[in-house]
Design a protein around this ligand. Structure first.
Ligand code: RIB
Length: 305
């Protein structure tokens, strides 16, 4: 089973030709309200890849809560550990430019009220995988990680968005997920020199932290350093429409295939394909591929041959 302890948002998305500079107003498309949040996104991506998934998160007592949970509900993510706390559901205000690149302003709402002890509503077993990100208070994620580890679960931490985490706290994770920018930020924060590329930076981080570190590299796929090996997998050649949620797709799908017993290399390959597919459609959750689509794309790419 996969348990996601993290954020649930509603994304207010507007497309525009280019992102506004400070003080500039730019015309945009009609807005859309789309379920999102890094935690909920990872839960849905894992579920669509075929895993049993439970979500631990918080929504507000407002009209946005049901909308934020709509896709998780429809796809059968276990929401028994989602609590209602405070007035507002988390909202991400997102602009997407003509290149598919986004900017995000995050209003945390109920996400700021999630507690580590809320993980206790889920029955965790040895070998389960717990996914954490950085959109709920990190002290609470750390408390959840400690409880999960005591139950024998494996911990995957996405340091997204980047926050300067203490070195000791990073030891709570078995696998650390970053993008290329976050990898360099983490290296600098730890007093290490970022490498000349993502592969070099994750190798430095893995050596220093004694943990598996995986970086997503956009159109260049993903790279992992485990301490004993380096694994690089390609992305699919796609024309991105919207990259929102691609990293979350990678994390959720990676966890789903690892939960099935796939090797790290195979799980990364499938996760990178899924992340590419998520870039071909607007929005976070509606863009996440289902298992059949992931398998088909990976087969075409020769990944499962
Ligand atoms: O990673 C993408 C997510 O980040 C969006 O869905 C938005 O909610 C923000 O939290």
């Amino acid at each position: 089973m996969i348990v996601v302890f993290g954020s649930i948002n509603i994304d207010l998305v507007c497309r525009t030709d280019h992102h506004p500079r400070p003080g500039e107003t730019v015309p945009g498309s009609d807005y859309q309200l789309i379920p999102g949040g890094k935690g909920a996104n990872q839960a849905l991506a894992a579920r669509r890849a075929g895993a049993n998934v439970a979500m631990v998160g918080a929504v507000g007592a407002d009209d946005m809560a049901a909308a934020a949970l709509a896709e998780l509900t429809a796809d059968g993510v276990d929401l028994g550990a989602v609590v209602t706390r405070g007035a507002t559901t988390g909202m991400a205000i997102i602009t997407v430019d003509r290149h598919g690149e986004n900017t995000i302003v995050l209003s945390p709402g109920a996400n700021a009220r999630l507690k580590g002890e809320d993980l206790g509503a889920v029955r965790l077993g040895a070998g389960d995988i717990v996914l954490l990100q950085m959109e709920v208070p990190f002290a609470e994620s750390l408390a959840a990680a400690k409880a999960a580890r005591a139950a024998g679960a494996r911990i995957m931490l996405s340091i997204a968005p980047f926050l300067p985490i203490e070195r000791a706290a990073l030891a709570a994770a078995d696998i650390i997920l970053v993008n290329e920018t976050e990898a360099a930020d983490l290296a600098r924060h730890l007093g290490l020199a970022p490498g000349r590329d993502g592969a070099a930076t994750v190798a430095t981080l893995a050596r220093d932290l004694g943990r598996t570190v995986i970086a997503t590299l956009g159109g260049d796929g993903a790279v992992a350093a485990t301490g004993t090996e380096t694994i690089a997998v390609p992305a699919l050649p796609v024309d991105p429409v919207d990259t929102t949620g691609a990293g979350d797709t990678f994390a959720g799908v990676l966890a789903a295939f690892m939960d099935e017993g796939a090797s790290l290399a195979e799980a990364m390959r499938l996760a990178a394909s899924a992340g590419s597919l998520a870039c071909t459609r607007l929005g976070a959750q509606p863009s996440f591929p289902r298992r059949a689509e992931i398998d088909e794309a990976a087969n075409q790419d020769g990944a499962l041959a």
